[in-house]
Design a protein around this ligand. Structure first.
Ligand SMILES: [Fe+2]
Length: 213
């Protein structure tokens, strides 16, 4: 299964350079931050423009998106924040789970939570996901700021080690793009599409390989 991974669009809704890659993917995942603190309708416009490029798409919001936007995207079946869904293609079936927003940030942003809140979000997963979309990176993977400081979620890292999903797509920390490993899980932070970055991944069984652009 071929995946297209994108995050931290922050208002750059010129998808022309990537629209063919998006259309060809079996599954498109987006880890949020559709705008830079713009109102809900502007975030919705970016999310729906992206969703129009491939019907097999799931997403969550980021900390720079409004909590209202998350609710609207959940109603539209686009955001999977706090729930799990099953995606099938050919003979393959994968369960996906979503975590929107981020840990509280040094300067307040609209859509944030505490480590304890994360436990409640994860309780919404009916089945342990094979693939997690989480705007917030886990602690120790794609979460380094100023080259030395980890700002990821320790509860998410604990969850990944315990449940071993195949893939965790994250975003949020633009400068920490990369492909990482926590236990059995491949963690991908594709970087910010506002700066032109994205990733592709291939999943075969429990194996995941990825390329950053
Ligand atoms: Fe963010």
């Amino acid at each position: 299964m071929n995946l297209f991974l994108i995050s931290d669009i922050h208002g750059n809704d010129n998808f022309d350079p990537i629209k063919e890659k998006i259309a060809e993917a079996d599954l498109v995942l987006c880890a949020g931050d559709f705008t830079m603190f713009r109102p809900t309708d502007e975030g919705l416009s970016v999310a729906e423009k992206l969703a129009s490029l491939n019907p097999s798409i799931y997403m969550v919001c980021g900390n720079c998106d409004t909590p209202d936007l998350e609710g609207i995207l959940v109603e539209k079946g686009l955001s999977i924040h706090g729930k799990s869904v099953v995606f099938g293609k050919g003979g393959e079936r994968y369960t996906l789970g979503g975590i929107g927003g981020s840990l509280h940030t040094p300067r307040p942003t609209p859509n944030t939570w505490s480590e304890n809140d994360l436990v409640d979000v994860i309780k919404g997963f009916e089945t342990a996901p094979d693939i997690i979309i989480s705007h917030q990176p886990p602690y120790g993977a794609g979460d380094t700021v100023m080259k030395v400081m980890h700002v990821g979620s320790k509860n998410l890292t604990y969850y990944l080690r315990k449940n071993s999903p195949i893939l965790c797509l994250s975003g949020h920390i633009h400068e920490a793009a990369g492909i990482f490993r926590i236990g059995q899980t491949t963690v991908i932070n594709p970087g910010s599409y506002r700066e032109g970055h994205y990733a592709t991944a291939q999943i075969e069984g429990r194996d995941c390989t990825a390329t950053l652009y």
